[in-house]
Design a binder for this molecule. Structure first.
Ligand code: MRU
Length: 361
């Protein structure tokens, strides 16, 4: 099993995703500021994995607060969480995880600083274990929409590496394989950071799931040829109406899918839904360093001084989305209602699983 992130000997250990697939090395963080740096520099990436890094990083930060005074501890812990919360702006899982830890600390106020520190480690590790369980549930629900023999296009990496383990979009693919369905995957390379080439292709090859790597600009060509049956992608933030932020290029894939009548699914845990945002318009889009676009393997490949834009995410409007696969079942349009119900916990896992295919967007 791929280990994305772990708590080990009072340190946070994560596989260095910048080095994959060439080297499998681990970064060890003994200070929460190193965790922030790891998130910023993409040692760890993917919405749920970022959330877990934030939780483990906050627990780590708490251990280093040198006070026995509960009020002082509370103030310092809030500051640490605020600092970690600024590491990357788009994935809501970051704020979600930190809010969870802050709430735990508040509930335990009065127990003394030492017990709260221990509690925060336990809570962060529980979140990690829960994420894997949620992905497996999401995979079970989502594999129902996949038919034996399907070819599935995915964009970016929404696999074990982007989560605590198993993955969201790749979790659905893994679950379909476990259910005995013969499927194959087309992986978009995902410019400019190449999460598809480096990470998705690596994960699927390791699991012996047939995968074909294509450049982002080839998706329409293969759809037109009738070679893609479904699209499944992950998400960084889903607004209350279903609008979904995911890796830059996802929107283009969704438009192509709709044009060709190909079902387009988003797979994400409920923690990726941000009910505070009515639509995707309000989702903050991270702008990353221009060298990700101008450079390849440390070498500048663009003319010096060229103007560059590098938004890391885009928003796919809900009207392009066939279904949102969550651990509480496959949510269907109108998403405002299905999301509201799912967040209330009204949907039972696997509900609506009789239908196996949903055309259009
Ligand atoms: O910039 P990244 O690599 O953090 O972007 C990741 C994505 O866009 C993923 O598709 C998304 O987080 C879903 S991960 C389960």
């Amino acid at each position: 099993m791929i280990r994305t992130i772990a708590w080990q000997d009072n340190q946070v250990v994560m596989i260095d995703q910048r080095k994959l697939p060439w080297e499998e090395i681990y970064v060890v963080c003994s200070d929460y500021r190193q965790v922030i740096e790891a998130i910023k520099t993409m040692v760890i990436r993917g919405a749920p994995a970022i959330g877990l890094a934030a939780a483990l990083g906050a627990a780590l930060g708490a251990q280093g607060i040198p006070t026995k005074d509960p009020e002082e501890f509370r103030r310092r812990f809030q500051e640490i969480c605020r600092e970690i919360g600024t590491a990357r702006p788009t994935a809501v899982n970051l704020a979600w995880a930190l809010e969870g830890l802050l709430a735990k600390a508040e509930q335990a106020a009065g127990r003394g600083v030492g017990p709260i520190k221990n509690l925060l480690i336990r809570e962060a590790r529980r979140m990690l274990a829960e994420d894997v369980a949620v992905n497996r549930a999401l995979g079970r629900a989502g594999q129902e929409v996949i038919r034996d023999g399907d070819t599935i296009l995915t964009h970016c990496n929404a696999g074990a590496l982007a989560t605590g383990g198993y993955g969201t979009a790749l979790g659905v693919i893994r679950a379909a394989r476990s259910a005995g369905k013969k499927i194959r995957v087309f992986a978009d390379e995902t410019r400019p950071f190449l999460q598809g080439t480096r990470l998705t292709a690596w994960e699927l090859t390791r699991d012996r799931i047939p995968v074909t790597l294509i450049t982002d600009s080839m998706a329409g060509y293969f759809m037109k040829k009738g070679l893609i049956d479904k699209v499944i992608v992950g998400a960084d933030r889903i607004a209350a109406n279903g609008d979904t932020a995911n890796k830059i290029g996802t929107y283009s894939v969704a438009v192509l899918a709709k044009t060709h009548g190909i079902p387009f699914y988003v797979a994400a845990p409920c923690s990726t839904i941000d009910p505070r945002l009515k639509t995707g318009e309000a989702i903050p889009i991270e702008e990353r360093d221009e060298t990700e676009v101008t450079h390849w393997a440390g070498q500048c490949i663009a003319p010096a001084g060229i103007s560059v834009l590098n938004p890391a995410f885009d928003v796919t409007p809900a009207s392009y989305i066939t279904g949102i696969i969550t651990e509480r079942g496959v949510l269907k349009p109108p998403f405002t209602r299905s999301i509201r119900e799912a967040l209330k916990g009204k949907m039972k896992e696997g509900r609506g699983k009789k239908k196996t295919d949903h055309k259009g967007g």
